[in-house]
Design a protein around this ligand. Structure first.
Ligand code: ZN
Length: 382
């Protein structure tokens, strides 16, 4: 049977606006949908497009507090409330704007729909670009995130006794997903991100955070130094993610594919190209019986469109070097880009040596600390 893929999309997402200068791109699903459509990437018999409905308020309470959700609902009108700041609302990174609840409830609904399609065995691979709000806490908003769609989806799957692997590739640490499942060995959380020494959320995401109690070894962090390039990232990804996933043997995998890891994103100092995202995704696909992929961060519209279109092509086994795709990409962009993939991004040797040394230290530390807990034998050094 061919792999059944589903894309979650609604024009509704693009109708929202915060204020001029707020960097969140509300049309992230729209630009991805449009480019995929233009490249005929939905034209498979086993591909479906689904429109989400907003998550019901009760569905949000499996993670969020009643008080926080009722405050967020009130914030939907944009009227000030003195309690906002105590819950991270009304800040520059989580402003209150008209429709703030509606937008985030719809995003959560999109992720929950994806989780349901997988749960009911109606799809094998689902992609919801407006998802991956990994910084939202039980009773607070943080870092552009208000409702933690990822935790909600995982909690739903846990009711069905699934073994869940969460892989977060985004410039920022998936802090609140890690926190939610820090004490359970049923959910393995793995996050690759720019180190907290140089990037938000600063306080978490270090290699020493490995889970608690019986769940020791079930939280894995690979903090990457500034200027990490494709080669260094992919080396670490294969050394750490692959053996962990193969050992854990998940029933389902949730992946966040933030485009803020790209060298051209203004919010991080990583130096990856979108080929890294696509190649890491190919590895993820190898170990995922079922996959729910979510967008995550990303603050350059073109990066979002190209990277997530490339990701969708990868999920549908249309290789990034597919000739048709390359030709379409060239025609569409008309700016010298010959394909969806970034051109190779070269970094000076001295910089590469520095990041290689730092990443090797992190990988060695994880092989010493986490691998024995999971009974994984480290690979021989290549
Ligand atoms: Zn991010």
């Amino acid at each position: 049977m061919p792999v059944r893929t589903a894309f979650i999309y609604s024009q509704e997402f693009s109708k929202f606006k915060a204020y001029k200068g707020y960097p969140w791109l509300f049309d992230r699903s729209e630009v991805t949908y449009q480019l995929c459509n233009r490249l005929q990437l939905f034209d498979r018999d086993s591909t479906e497009i689904h429109a989400p409905k907003p998550a019901r308020p009760e569905a949000l309470l499996s993670f969020h507090t009643k008080k926080y959700i009722s405050l967020l609902k009130k914030a939907n009108q944009g009227k000030p409330d003195e309690e906002w700041l105590r819950h991270g609302l009304g800040t520059t990174e989580c402003p209150v704007f008209e429709g703030v609840y509606d937008y985030h409830a719809l995003a959560a609904g999109a992720t929950l729909l994806g989780a349901e399609l997988i749960d009911q065995d109606k799809a094998d691979i689902v992609f919801s670009p407006t998802g991956g709000f990994h910084h939202a806490g039980t009773d607070f908003a943080a870092g552009f995130c208000y409702i933690n769609d990822i935790v909600l989806a995982i909690k739903n799957w846990l009711r069905r006794r699934r073994r869940i692997l969460y892989i977060d590739i985004d410039a920022h640490h998936g802090d609140q997903v890690q926190a939610a499942f820090y004490k359970t060995s049923k959910v393995m959380t793995v996050s690759f991100h720019e180190s907290g020494h140089t990037l938000y959320p600063f306080k978490t995401g270090f290699a020493s955070e490995v889970g608690q109690g019986r769940a020791k070894g079930y939280a894995v962090n690979v903090p990457l130094p500034e200027n990490t390039g494709d080669e260094e990232f992919l080396w670490a990804f294969d050394r750490i993610f692959l053996p962990i996933a193969q050992t854990f043997q998940p029933d389902v995998v949730v992946a966040v594919l933030g485009t803020d890891v790209l060298f051209s994103d203004p919010f991080s100092s990583l130096q990856l190209t979108n080929s890294s995202v696509s190649q890491a995704l190919q590895t993820i696909l190898q170990v995922s019986p079922k996959l729910l992929a979510l967008g995550g961060g990303g603050y350059v519209r073109e990066n979002i469109a190209r990277t997530w279109t490339l990701a969708w092509a990868t999920m549908n086994h249309m290789g990034p070097n597919d000739e048709d795709l390359a030709a379409f990409g060239g025609v569409f962009w008309g700016d010298g880009l010959s394909s969806l993939s970034d051109r190779p991004h070269f970094l000076p040797d001295n910089l590469k040596r520095k990041t290689q040394t730092e990443i090797q230290k992190v990988v060695s530390a994880l092989e010493r600390t986490v691998f024995p807990l999971l009974k994984i034998r480290p690979q021989r050094r290549k």
